[in-house]
Design a protein around this ligand. Sequence first.
Ligand code: PLP
Length: 401
Amino acid sequence: MHNHLDAKAVVRALSPDEPVICNRPHAAERAARFFVEKFPGKAMYAVKANPSPDLLRILWGAGVTHYDVASITEVRMVREILPEAVLCFMHPVKTKSAVAEAYRLHGVRTFSLDTHEELQKVVEATTGEDGHAAQDLNLLVRLRVSSEHSELSLAAKFGIDLADAAPLLRAVRQHCDALGICFHVGSQAMTPFAYVQALERVRAAIVEAAVTVDIIDVGGGFPSSYPGMEPPPLEDYFALIHRHFEALPISYSAELWAEPGRALCAEYSSIIVKVEKRRGDELYINDGAYGALFDAAHIDWRFPVRALEEDLSRPPAEFAFYGPTCDDADYMKGPFMLPADIQAGDYIEIGMLGAYGAAMKTRFNGFGGAEAVIVTDEPMASLYTGERVDPRSSDNVVSLR
Ligand SMILES: Cc1ncc(COP(=O)(O)O)c(C=O)c1O
């Protein structure tokens, strides 16, 4: 991968007709060190956010030793790239063969589940040929919690309701070495109180089940910074989570875990796109809904943008984007603020695409190719540069939502 100073230097050097992914290893490394040093427990990387082997090596180098994997393909891939990593299979619905392969071939000991059927599956898949049940399982019950404070809900699909959790927790306790409770507050949680609320539900589940719990896993959801979605400092999240974890009725030696995806890699990548056509306030660009801009198209996520031409002089105006494929759905309404005189042939950098962006590219319609380069400038926004935003912002966010 070639090194460049920034996206402008890439355009000068390559005049690319295809999109170019700009990776910032220093930004991913900084985010990882921040979590490793400041999160008051074990932070494991949620591989789904961006499974790039280069990124995995950067995170490992920065001290991230645990990885949340959600499919057997992710298990195999991470095991090959990072042979010593601790892998935790945190998808609550797995095939029996995936559990068996993960346990027997790849050393996975941690699994999440949210039903009695899944417990049965995990127990059967890990029982030895001699009929002896595994004695070394860490089993985490996924509790359904609210996503009301998050930009992307994860409340519907997985998680057992609090009202049904006690019998499952008691059943799981019989089959594991360590019993955990995990949850996901939804992605891009805009206030730390999302975790406080969820931990209160965890408390209720523990009290009701009257079991000893060894692991509390607060999942992902840690935010990054996007236009109109500037969260409070991550230290606020960590402090509140720590305080409320400490107050839970759990075993003395209980561990606190988290599964950040977005927060560890959003700053890692941006993408350079070329404007192929302009129609009023719509720009036809060469990446889109089936490429790195899935979230911009499907959930109207607003990513930061900047024009890469030196000679654009008009003040910013609002634009929408069309991607390169032939269907109307390849549309990103934005609005994206760019100089009003931007035109076909110009280049744009779209930032903060390291999480659920660059990793989502498909080859639909023959598009989706992209060269990757390394750039050394700062990402368009960062939660890790040490500049605290307004200290009252956490309270503001809570009261506004
Ligand atoms: C089980 C689990 N853990 C962690 C994550 C990562 O979430 P985020 O990127 O919001 O941190 C996800 C995302 O879908 C998930 O499903």
